[in-house]
Ligand binder design. Structure first.
Ligand SMILES: [Zn+2]
Length: 222
């Protein structure tokens, strides 16, 4: 997946279908500390994300999103598995809600990349996927083309609650955490509609926005 090398089966770290991740490439990925969530944004109380966004992972995510490489979804989920299972939180939640794409973008791409990964993740954490609870009401520009405050205003109000979430404990799922503005915009209408708690899981997180809970506590003490 990361190096295009043909590797012997016994040297594959993860293999699904005809694609594998070799041990060397997996070893080179920048991994976040297990069981240590990151500070949340807005109504998202904390964020769980196993990898730092960059390098080879960034290249494959771009292929995954824009080059039709949807077979990567199962491999990403496998890569996340041990990290996610280091958290004992899953029984405290009711469902996983993948961040939806706008219908126009969905037609153009043919699939929601976050939902593809979330479907695999839902199986091993034992939580159902709900794609009917939140809707993307208005088209937005690609977040990757914007910076800072523009990212927040681009997605503010873009999502609306589309189902009964009263008392529900929800895990939002997205592929990348950059500034958190998409997750923030997605969580707000759910919280306003009565969701009890919201946390987020992403495949990868930009290094500049990484702030673990532990770091937050330490900086408050000092
Ligand atoms: Zn490799």
């Amino acid at each position: 997946m990361f190096c295009d090398e043909r590797v012997r089966k016994e040297n594959a770290y993860i293999k699904t279908g005809g694609i594998c991740i070799c041990r060397a490439c997996y070893g080179a990925l920048i991994k976040n500390t297990p069981a240590m969530p990151f500070e949340g944004v807005g109504d998202v109380s904390y964020v769980i994300s196993p990898f730092e966004y960059g390098g080879a992972l960034r290249d494959t995510i771009l292929d995954f999103k824009f080059q039709d490489c949807h077979a990567y979804a199962g491999l990403y989920a496998e890569m996340m598995k041990d990290y996610l299972l280091s958290y004992g939180i899953w029984e405290d939640f009711d469902c996983i809600v993948p961040v939806p794409l706008h219908s126009g973008r969905m037609r153009e791409r043919g699939y929601n990349q976050s939902e593809l990964i979330a479907r695999y993740v839902s199986e091993y954490v034992g939580l159902p996927i709900r794609t009917d609870l939140v809707r993307r009401g208005r088209a937005t520009k690609r977040q990757s083309s914007l910076e800072g405050a523009d990212r927040i205003s681009n997605v503010r109000g873009a999502f609306e609650c589309a189902g009964d979430v009263k008392g529900k404990r929800i895990i939002l799922f997205d592929d990348i955490f950059t500034t958190g503005s998409t997750l923030r915009a997605c969580a707000e209408p759910l919280k306003n509609a009565g969701a009890e708690s919201i946390c987020a899981v992403t495949l990868a997180m930009h290094a500049q926005h990484k702030l673990s809970w532990m770091d937050v506590l330490n900086s408050n003490i000092r």
